[in-house]
Ligand binder design. Structure first.
Ligand code: ZN
Length: 152
């Protein structure tokens, strides 16, 4: 029987850098923080100290809606790590704020028959680690209150 793709219960936690710390910890306040350039206004990801469009150094993390659509996905069927059983979905999420910005994550709690390019999704966070090593991993699930095409 094909179940809805669920959440892995095991992860290799990220090791945030100075640039990516906001991305990995914004979930503490329920916010998906993505780098934005103050010179040209574009969001970009992954985090970097310079805007790849205009080369400005005036960049900083900014809260997004956490909404987007599935731009591409694959369903992993291979058990690469003990404790991380397949199947699970690895997807590129196109953020609602900027269609050029894509975040790679998992889509979870999705019925396999609903999974497709263009599926509206929303972020939620899983807290991992302890103390100074705590991170809030952004994961995505099918959007609950978004009408089809609203984000297109
Ligand atoms: Zn820029």
């Amino acid at each position: 029987m094909m179940n809805a793709y669920t959440r892995p219960d095991f992860r290799l936690p990220p090791q945030p850098t100075a640039e990516s710390a906001a991305f990995w910890t914004g979930g503490e306040r329920g916010k998906l923080l993505v780098m934005r350039c103050r010179a040209c206004g574009h969001f970009f990801h992954p985090p970097a100290p310079v805007c790849f469009r205009c080369r400005s150094l005036d960049v900083a993390p900014e809260a997004t809606s956490g909404r987007g659509t599935v731009a591409a996905f694959t369903v992993n069927q291979q058990q690469w790590l003990p404790g991380l059983p397949p199947p699970y979905v690895v997807a590129m999420i196109e953020l609602a704020e900027d269609h050029d910005v894509r975040v790679t994550s998992n889509v979870v709690d999705v019925d396999p028959k609903d999974l497709r390019v263009g599926l509206p999704v929303e972020v939620f966070f899983e807290e991992w680690g302890e103390g100074e090593d705590r991170v809030w991993i952004p994961l995505f699930q099918p959007a609950t209150d978004t009408h089809e095409g609203e984000l297109a």
